[in-house]
Design a protein around this ligand. Structure first.
Ligand SMILES: Nc1ncnc2c1ncn2[C@@H]1O[C@H](COP(=O)(O)OP(=O)(O)O)[C@@H](O)[C@H]1O
Ligand SMILES: [Mg+2]
Length: 337
């Protein structure tokens, strides 16, 4: 990708769930851009807010949760200002989402072709059924689903095929952004790798933008152009995938990469187990939410939240190590370009 056109801007997005134990701040004032045509990986430990973020982008947060702040700008339009009718059209036509278990989104008594025809007719009511069916067939073939499979029911397909049907449901309406939340997680390793390859091909062929949400860092390394690392409701680091893997800046990213076998290529390094537990988001830690687990925490980290800043062109990090502050004794850590 040479020129980077912004498809979606996420600005100060916050999502809160109201629970018996108090409000849970699952996404806390997060800002980032999604570029048209990119594959952006969103990684982080379970419970850090990845799915919440994915659903929030489509305004699909259900009670007891709500979007408690921020803006979502899609192709220059503020979708937070859309009414329910506009949102219904927007979902599917502009953004579609695929989940870990496609059976929850597919209707068990509807055939593959019927799903696709219905999607077309809901959003484009004037389309004749024969035309919709023809489009469904062409698309399924391009996604590698054989002709004879198009009359199948979801349970007759393999997991990988079902996920491709879900991708097809997004593509048939020319969705610009597909959010895939752990879409490959329930597949076995070989099928997962194949689906990852296919997602790349689909991106190249259809020019679609993908937000791939996963806890699988190896998959992100393989698939993404850029990666966003989430910790406790914050995006703590964002940048091009090779740069982050070669030279992670945030201490959390550093720990995360060291804890994955075969990712850190330096074999002398021992597999690292990050100390401590992910925080309880009902009472998140003060200052930087990572400070209680951070091996290089300073006193400021406990007191003040660092900003999410671009420290090298294209690389963003939310960490006091890379920002000036009053009790800083050592110069800012050098960042390799
Ligand atoms: N429906 C809900 N009600 C209350 N809390 C929720 C709900 N969904 C998610 N959460 C909380 O929000 C946080 C983020 O969850 P989630 O977005 O599912 O994380 P991830 O996808 O990274 O595992 C967690 O602390 C989780 O307990
Ligand atoms: Mg999740």
């Amino acid at each position: 990708m040479d020129e980077k056109e912004v498809l979606m801007q996420v600005k100060d997005l916050s999502v809160t769930y109201e629970t018996r134990l108090g409000p849970v701040s699952a996404v806390d004032s997060v800002s980032f851009d999604i570029f048209r045509g990119e594959i952006l990986g969103l990684v982080g430990e379970s419970g850090c807010g990845k799915s919440t973020m994915g659903k929030a982008l489509m305004r699909m947060i259900q009670p007891p949760g709500w979007i408690s702040g921020g803006q979502l700008i899609f192709e220059g339009e503020d979708i937070m200002a859309y009414n329910e009718d506009q949102m219904r059209d927007f979902r599917g036509r502009k953004i579609s989402m695929i989940f870990q278990d496609p059976m929850t989104s597919l209707n068990p008594v509807q055939r593959v072709d019927e799903h696709i025809v219905e999607a077309i007719q809901v959003h484009e009511p004037k389309t004749a059924i024969e035309n919709a069916l023809e489009r469904a067939k062409i698309l399924m073939q391009r996604l590698g689903i054989q002709k004879r499979r198009i009359n199948s029911y979801p349970h007759q397909l393999s997991g990988g095929m079902r996920q491709r049907v879900m991708v097809g449901l997004g593509l048939v309406l020319n969705a610009n952004l597909i959010v895939a939340d752990e879409a490959t997680t329930s597949l076995d390793v070989i099928v997962e790798a194949k689906l990852a390859d296919q997602l790349k091909e689909i991106r190249d062929e259809f020019g679609v933008t993908l937000l791939v949400i996963t806890h699988n860092i190896a998959l992100v390394a393989e698939l993404s152009d850029r990666v966003a690392v989430m910790y406790a409701g914050h995006v703590v680091e964002l940048g091009p995938v090779e740069e982050i893997f070669d030279h992670p800046l945030h201490p959390y990213t550093q720990g995360l990469l060291q804890s994955v076998p075969n990712i850190k290529l330096d074999e002398r390094e021992e597999l690292y187990k990050m100390g401590g537990e992910p925080p309880n988001l009902t009472h998140p830690p003060s200052g930087c939410r990572f400070h209680p687990r951070c091996p290089v925490a300073m006193s400021i980290c406990e007191q003040n939240e660092p900003a999410f800043q671009e420290v090298v062109p294209g690389r963003f990090v939310k960490c006091w190590l890379y920002q000036d502050h009053p009790d800083k004794e050592t110069p800012t850590i050098e960042v390799a370009e």
